[in-house]
Design a protein around this ligand. Structure first.
Ligand code: ATP
Length: 211
């Protein structure tokens, strides 16, 4: 099974990395692909360039061979839709089981994603619990959950796509927004991001004086 974590990674932080490692271990994933988006459809443009975000990601995972930085969205024109990314991964991986990892906050916005109902035909959805974000109890998303939810990793292995799993992970109240704000205020990102990432941020003068 292959895990896929898409995001802005502006910058990558321990909230992404530790939780992805938790899922990797819990589901015995053979690989986790970290896919930085070029033009995020649902939010403001990143502060750091695509190149800088890749550089930080590469530095963050250098000692973790199961973690691979996948640049496929950076070469695409227009907005980065997860549906297109998953379609291209599915075409490459043919019969492999793909698990799209999303934080609970991102999952709560799923119904606004391009072709959201069809995503689950391409992969499993693994939702990482994030501090403060609850499982939706009513509405379209709640119906979708009751249709696809399974209780454990074993069920994910039985088919290549189509299931939804809520996966407990280490609760780390870290966000890239908070890190950018600290840096803009002249404070440190120490112990929130890997040291090599902090060095790149400092060396390139990233996130200083802007939010
Ligand atoms: P921002 O604060 O700029 O919105 P972010 O910290 O939420 O950024 P993203 O790159 O947007 O980071 O997130 C990519 C994915 O990682 C999303 O699915 C998000 O929910 C998840 N994620 C980010 N931080 C955490 C965290 N601390 N715990 C669990 N999941 C997280």
């Amino acid at each position: 099974m292959i895990g896929i974590l898409g995001g802005t990674f502006d910058p990558v932080h321990f909230g992404h990395l530790r939780t992805a490692l938790d899922v990797c271990e819990a589901l015995a994933l053979e690989q986790v692909r970290l896919i930085p988006c070029h033009l995020p459809p649902h939010r403001d443009q990143p502060v750091a360039s695509s190149l800088q975000r890749v550089k930080m990601l590469e530095a963050a995972v250098q000692d973790y061979p199961a973690f691979v930085v996948d640049q496929r969205e950076l070469g695409r024109e227009g907005p980065s839709y997860s549906y297109d990314t998953l379609s291209s991964l599915r075409a490459e991986a043919s019969a492999k089981t793909l698990c799209l990892l999303v934080g609970m906050d991102a999952f709560r916005g799923l119904t606004t994603w391009h072709r959201w109902r069809e995503l689950i035909d391409l992969c499993h959805l693994v939702v990482m619990m994030r501090p403060g974000a609850e499982i939706p109890a009513q509405g379209e998303l709640a119906d979708f959950i009751s249709l696809h939810r399974v209780a454990g990793a074993g069920e994910l292995r039985q088919q290549a796509a189509g299931h939804l799993l809520f996966q407990p992970v280490t609760q780390l109240e870290i966000s890239a927004t908070d890190i950018r704000m600290r840096l803009a205020e002249g404070r440190s990102a120490g112990f929130l991001v890997p040291e090599d990432v902090r060095e790149i941020i400092n060396h390139e003068g990233l996130y200083q004086g802007r939010q």
